[in-house]
Each structure stands twice: as structure tokens, then as C-alpha cells.
Design a protein around this ligand. Sequence first.
Ligand code: HAS
Length: 579
Amino acid sequence: MNLPNIKRPKNKTMQISRSLKRLIYWELGIPLTLLTIGIYHGLMQTIYRAGVIHQSSFAHLDYYQGLTLHGVINAIVLTSFFAVAFGHATIAFYFKREPHKWVAWLSFWLMTVGTLMAAWAMLSGKASVLYTFYPPLKAHPLFYLGAALLIVGSWVPLFSWANIYVKWKKENPLVKTPLAVVGTLVNFTIWFICTLAVAYEVLVLLLPWAMGWTPTINVTLARTLFWFFGHALVYFWLLPAYTMYYTMLPKLAGGKLFSDLAGRVTLFLFLLFSVPVGVHHQFSDPSIPRGIKMFQGLLTFGVAIPSFITAFTLAASLEYAGKKRGSKSLLGFFKKLPYLDSNKYLFAYLICGLILFIFGGLTGIVNASGQLNAVVHNTAWLPGHFHMTVAGPVFLSIIGMSLYLYSGIAGKKIFLPRINVIIPYLWVIGILIFSTGLSWGGLIGEPRRTNLGMTYLNPKNELFTPEWVPTTMLALCGGIIMTFAALLFFIVFFGTMFSKKTEVGALDLPVSEALHDEKRIPLFDTFKPWLIIMGIIILLAYVPAFYSASKNPGPGAPPFTPENPVPIQPVTKSNIYNQ
Ligand code: HAS
């Protein structure tokens, strides 16, 4: 295309095909558009819970319907679409080869159709089962089918990327695989393996039960299958952020990655420990024996190790950057980093996520301890923890990188660049206030997933609990600040999208050099041994868990809906959806 007044891209950037460009635009644009609904329902949660309204629904949307939309859109749809788009970008950028066109589009259509099916079920009020879709809450079959399609669609590109990797490795057997590629492949391998369990749960347990073909369901087995997937899911969210931290943040800070090997060790440790820890969500489930809980509890401390390695490696990388920028004192480097440089706004998004993750990680370690878990399980502490992880490093890196990828590929300037660079700081302030309210509330017994405004936060109700007034008010204040930050982000993102093109668009990712670029160690440049060890640990951790869940299921559960404590009766194929 001839664009006379438009600047040419610099050399190290990469031109990608029109098809891949369009694909990436859609994979960023669809979830970010849906995110407006997800964010709205986040704010509504804080309003209901603070007792500002005392109703079970608002604007024709029920509390649990809104909470389901919030969780599914923010935690499943946004993260899956983004991980795929970022994976395409990483593989194309580092290997200079694009994924198979039809494979990439097949993945996109599967994810999109799946999302539409699930969205229809949620918006029509037939799937208010929250993002964990625990039975005996029952959703419309299209919700389960939609979720399955979304997940399968997000697997598909792995096969094309793996093919490109194998060919590249044959041509370059002695060259270290780029760290960002290792991040992408490790992440999608974890994703592929963990989603097998949820696929089984959906296809074999939930769908036949939701269709009325089986009258009851083994709740413990369904929950165990879900959490086999569910905790690995959180690392599927986290690893794109970690890939950015290791391969981009040091460069954006003006320095180098302290150690390349530390990044590889971290990623392979995630491959080992991300899956066999799901039972730490089930410490209170009676059907799982104590020994298994203890073993998976120990493995949970294992999965924190790569994050500790990351904390030290990134701190050292930031120190190096600060010193290069003129810092002389021990901690002076913190002051020298480009926090408010609007040309390096991605730094702001990434560092803000890291700051939140210090607290998100520490609260996670509290959860992992069997005894402390008994205090915090199912309380507001939990959303306090996960908003400092998934709504911290994960969310901030997703939105920051979506803007970065889009503006680069489309050749457009950032709309309102000075506002853009303060958005992550506003978000951090919002989350810290919000999560303090939730964590404090959790420690004094405030339950999660409860419309508190109906009872406990309604002064006219006999269950009114005044201790939870300050905690829920803090969460409300934080929620308002977060919503404001998100609104500003939408203005910047869609403002950029609808602005005029000023350069020839190209794919360009910041690339950090390594300060200690250790020589290639074959063990850290191959997947096979890690996959074998991963398989062994998963078998040890999960065969006894599945065995116990199948043998001690408790009574089978008939289907329920959230608004009624009485099961849907009688359970027959003809009347199951007519309640
Ligand atoms: Fe978690 C529940 C344990 C990490 C998400 N977690 C959840 C749920 C979610 C979630 C969504 O053991 C709720 C699920 C539900 O709906 O029921 N979690 C952990 C542990 C970790 C952990 C041990 N979680 C995450 C991450 C998530 C996430 C990451 C999302 C992305 N979590 C649990 C447990 C439960 C749980 C139990 C179940 C509880 C229950 O009872 O239900 C670890 O991976 C955390 C390790 C992290 C660190 C932090 C390292 C710090 C870094 C930052 C350094 C900063 C620098 C910058 C260098 C050790 C890397 C400095 C610069 C400046 C300028 C200051």
C-alpha cells in the first residue's frame, strides 16, 4: 500500500500478513468490548455488597447472573482470547514465521461461537452458575457447550506453533529457544493438559445431567475435575504476564534482564507444579483424604518458588536499570525508573502489576496453608487475594499489551497518552483499597459470593452485621476508583482504535538483552524431560484424588438453580428447562 505521508517502521519491527493483523485486531477487540459488561458487573458487585441497594436484581439482571458475567468475561473470555493473540504475536515476532492461516482462523471462530453461546445463556438468565459452574447449580447446556468450544478453540493454535518450533529447532539445534517462545509453549502445554479434565467434566458429567439424561451428579468428582483445571488456569493467566516481565520489562526500564537462565528455570518449574495443586481449593471437601490434601498443599508451596525466583530476578534487573539511569545509593534505583514516561507506558502497566503481585502472592501463601485456609476459605479474603493477582499483574499486562500490540500493528498513535500512563496507577490505588476491604472483611467472617445488601448489610434486616459496614464501604470506594480507571482505559483504547493511521503498522515487541546470558544448557532448552516429570507428579497427586472422589461421592445431587433452595423437580428430560 502506498502511504506517502506515513512514517516507515524501524528495521527490527516485523511486517505481518493482513490476515494475521485482522485476526489479532479481532482477538483483542472482541474481549475488550465484552469487558465493558464485565467491568460494569464488577462495580455492581461492590454496590450490592455494601448494602447500597437491597434487591436481588438491578436493571433486570440478577445478582448471580451479574457475578457470572463478571467472572466468565473477565477471567475466561478476556484471558483466553488475549493469550492466543499474544501467542500468535510472540511466535511470529521471534520465529519470523506466521501460524497456519486456517488453523488460526479456526481457533478464532471456535472461540467466538463458544463465547456467543455462553453469552446468550448468561444474558438470558439460564446460566447463573458463576465462573466455576459447580454442580448442583445447573446451567443451560449451551453454556457448557460454549465454554467447551471456547477452550478447544484456544488450544488449536498450539499445534501450529509447536510445528513452527520443531522446524526452527531442527534448523537451529544449538541456539537457545527465545525465552518468550518458551513462555508461550509452556503456557499452552499447561493449558492443553489441564483443560482435558474440564472437557471430561463438561462432556461426561455436566452436559448429560443438564440435558436431563442422568438424574444426579457426583459433585465431588465434578469439583475435583474442575480444580485440576482451575488452578492451572490461574497460571495460564499469569504466564503471558511473566513472559512480558522477563522479556520486556528490563528493556522498558532501560536495563537488562539479570539472568536468562532464571527465566527458563522459572517457566519449567511452572510446567511441573501448575497442575498438581488443584486440591488446595478443596481443603474443606470431605471426600478427599488428608494425605492428598497435605501432598498437594506442599506442592502449592512448590509453585510459589518460581514466583520468588521472579521477584529476585526482576528486582535485580530493575536495580541494574536504575543504576544505569544514574542511581548511586542502595535503593535509589526505585526513584530512577520511568514510571510516568508516556512513551514507555507499557512499563507503567507492568510495574503496577508487579507491585500488586507482592500482596497477591503473600495472600496466596496464606491460602495454601491448611490451617489458615480453614479461616479464609469461602470468605471475602479470597476475592481480596485474587484481585491482587488476576486483576493485578494479569489484567494490567493484558490491557497494556493489547493497547501496545494494537497501536503498533495498526500504525496508530496512542489517544490521550498522558492519561494512558496514569491509568495503571489509578487501578493500583483502586485495587489496594478494594482488596483491603475484602481481606479485612474476610478475616471477620464476611462471606464471598453473597448479596450482602439483602440481609447482612440491610439495617432493617435482623441479620444486619454492622462490623461489615466499613469493610464493604472500603471495597465500594476501591471499586469506584477501579471503574473510573477502566473507563479511562476504554476511552484510550477505543480512541486509539478510531483514530487515523500515522505510520505503516508493524509487529514490534520490546526485547530485553540478558545481563548474564548463560551458555545453553540442553536441559533448559528442551521440553521432554520436564513433560515426563510433570506426568509423574500429576499421576501421584491426582490418581488417589480421583479415586477417592469416585468412591466416596456422597449422595448424588439433582439440579438446582441459584434462586431456589429446592431442586428442580421432577428431573425429567421434558420439563427440566421449563422451571
Ligand atoms: Fe491463588 C485461590 C494459593 C497465585 C488466582 N487464587 C485463588 C482464586 C483465584 C486465584 C482466582 O492455596 C479463587 C478461586 C475460586 O474462585 O475459588 N495462589 C495461591 C498461591 C499462589 C497463588 C500459593 N492465585 C495466584 C495467581 C492467581 C491466583 C497468580 C491468578 C493469576 N489461591 C491459592 C489457594 C487458593 C487460591 C490455596 C484457594 C483458597 C480457597 O480456600 O478457596 C502463588 O503462586 C503465589 C506466589 C507469588 C509470590 C509473589 C512474588 C512477587 C513478585 C513481585 C515482585 C515485585 C517486584 C517489583 C520485583 C510469591 C513476583 C518491586 C517494585 C516496586 C516499585 C515496589
